[in-house]
Design a protein around this ligand. Structure first.
Ligand code: G6Q
Length: 539
């Protein structure tokens, strides 16, 4: 299949780029005073302002033509119908089925996957309610006070991000911890102040073979048994989330306490499956349902809205515009909500693991720049650190600002101050400060070049009324489908992760070499590092 770059639609976009590339955001706003209220789109509770981008109506029309030519809509429909669009693993991609309403139907290989999803959700809800209501007790009969999720990557980042995001909805009488790193200090610090008699571990691993997770799970079991002294305690203090029932049973977890999911759920698309059990324990089944409804709302928007008003498609296309026409390399995601502190790390995996690919679905070189480097942290902290580079550096950094209108628990004027910063930054980035404006402030001429802000730095602003389970679901689905849109345009498989698999194998090869005294068998650098490590460890 010819790549999108070989199409007439791409040629038209490229020609248009040449004509608009030098146009400044100041010019665009001067030419169209209504721009701020017309270059906007809404879906559910999310309002997207994309007026501060270096584009006009023609750009959107041409980008939409590119999307149609690339077959974004047909690939989307294929995903929703359960086709095996994850071609390298020969799997369906059905995270949208995880939030399909009860009673709807999606038959894949003769099985109604929606019914299966709700069966697991019901089991999760029954379990979560027992723990939350104190009916599920530990080995000594005490109620559970701490939940520790052990998982990594897709089995960690989602529940970790969402448990922080929805802390205002959580049962505050329990403690929630997340252990992911194989560095023993992660486990030690997470459990240091916990009591084995009141701690429940969730071992979350799709494969139940991942080195980090299994190492932490075994340490957790040893920690529990050291405190409780009896193998039978495992059944009361460990549950599993996995697709590998055999390995779960071999670990000693009662299969009745295993919550399953399916090979058509990718790790980074899984926190609304059983992988979100820790989140459900925190916020309760009803709030979890509200979150799924939020996801579904955005799924339906993505499935039905025309490209030009489809939020995920617009965001995906704007990313393609900067990445492939302007040559931007990164995307900053800056949520102005402390509850969303883990969102950038979550989106890093979602985007970079999905679209960090260099060959097409057919295996040919992709021939164009693909997924961006995603980075950021919660505002306003970054303003006192790296925003300098966005404002006055030499790089083009498109930015997503994310804001929440109402605070979960308002105190004083914090929220207005937070939102004032959220609004001020995109404005300053877009419009900068000219030499004339600097001079008018009475700045000495030799200082002026340092005080000028070139402006013309593009950004989107996403606003939501409040951060709730539903709006979080909408936001995450928005980014999932944005990533999908871009992958479809580049014709890459956004649903495999062979680079991650490689990492899983490489370390396994070195482990025995660290233990042995034999000559290591790598390149000279790795060999020298292995020898140095052996030496340092022995000192
Ligand atoms: C996600 C990736 C990866 C995966 C982890 C954990 O899409 O595949 O981040 O989630 O490697 O894998 P397990 O759940 O199998 O332990």
């Amino acid at each position: 299949m010819a790549g999108i770059a070989d199409s007439a639609e791409w040629d038209a976009l490229s020609a248009h780029y040449e004509s608009i590339a030098e146009t400044d955001l100041r010019d665009l706003f001067a030419a169209d005073p209504d721009r701020g209220s017309t270059f906007v789109a809404e879906a559910g509770d999310l309002y997207l302002d994309y007026s501060k981008h270096r584009l006009n109506r023609d750009t959107i029309t041409l980008l939409a033509a590119v999307a149609r030519r690339a077959g974004v809509e047909s690939l989307r429909d294929a995903m929703f119908e359960g086709e095996r669009i994850n071609v390298t693993e020969d799997r369906s991609v059905l995270h949208v089925a995880l939030r399909a309403p009860r009673g709807t139907e999606l038959i894949v290989d003769g099985v109604d996957v929606v019914a299966e999803v709700h069966e697991v959700l019901d089991r999760m809800a029954a379990f979560a309610n027992r723990v939350r209501h104190g009916e599920w007790t530990g080995h000594t009969g005490r109620t559970i006070e701490a939940i520790v999720n052990i998982g990594i990557g897709g089995s960690d980042l989602g529940p970790r991000m969402a448990t922080t995001a929805l802390a205002a909805f959580a049962d505050r009488s329990m403690t929630y911890r997340f252990v992911s790193n194989v560095d023993g200090s992660d486990f030690l610090e997470a459990t240091r102040d916990l009591d084995p008699a009141t701690t429940l571990f969730i071992v979350a691993s799709k494969t139940f073979t991942t080195l980090e997770t299994m190492t932490n799970a075994h340490s957790a079991r040893a920690w529990s048994l050291a405190g409780l002294g009896d193998e039978s305690a495992v059944a009361k203090h460990f549950v599993a989330v996995s697709t590998n029932a055999e390995a779960v049973a071999a670990f000693g977890i009662d299969p009745a306490n295993m919550f399953g999911f399916w090979d058509w759920v990718g790790g980074r698309y899984s926190f609304d499956s059983a992988i979100g059990l820790s989140l459900m324990l925190a916020i309760g089944p009803d709030h979890f349902d509200d979150m799924l409804a939020g996801f579904h709302l955005m799924d339906e928007h993505f499935r039905t809205a025309p490209v030009e008003s489809n939020l995920p498609m617009l965001m995906g296309l704007i990313g393609v515009w900067y990445g492939n026409c302007f040559g931007a390399e990164t995307l900053a995601v800056l949520p102005y909500s402390q509850y969303l502190a883990h969102l950038p790390a979550y989106l890093q995996q979602l985007d970079m693991e999905s679209n960090g690919k260099s060959v097409t679905r057919e295996g040919a070189p992709v021939g164009m720049s693909t997924g961006p480097i995603v980075w950021g942290q919660a505002g306003t902290n970054g303003q006192h650190a790296y925003y300098q580079l966005i404002h006055q550096g030499t790089k083009l950094i498109p930015t997503d600002f994310i804001g929440v209108a109402r605070a979960a628990e308002p105190i004083g004027d914090h929220q207005d101050l937070l939102v004032a910063n959220l609004l001020a930054q995109p404005e300053a980035l877009a419009f900068g400060k000219t030499a004339a404006e600097v001079a008018a402030e009475g700045i000495a001429p030799e200082q002026a070049p340092h005080r000028v802000f070139a402006g013309n730095h593009p950004s989107s602003t996403i606003l939501m009324p409040e951060l709730t389970p539903s709006t979080l679901g909408q936001l995450i689905a928005l980014y999932e489908h944005k990533v999908f849109t871009q992958g479809a345009i580049w014709n890459i498989n956004s649903f495999d992760q062979w680079g991650v698999e490689l990492g899983k194998q490489l370390a396994q090869r070195i482990v025995p070499e660290l233990e042995s005294a034999a000559d290591p068998a790598h390149d000279s650098s790795t060999n020298a590092l292995i020898r140095r490590y052996r030496e340092l460890r022995a000192r």
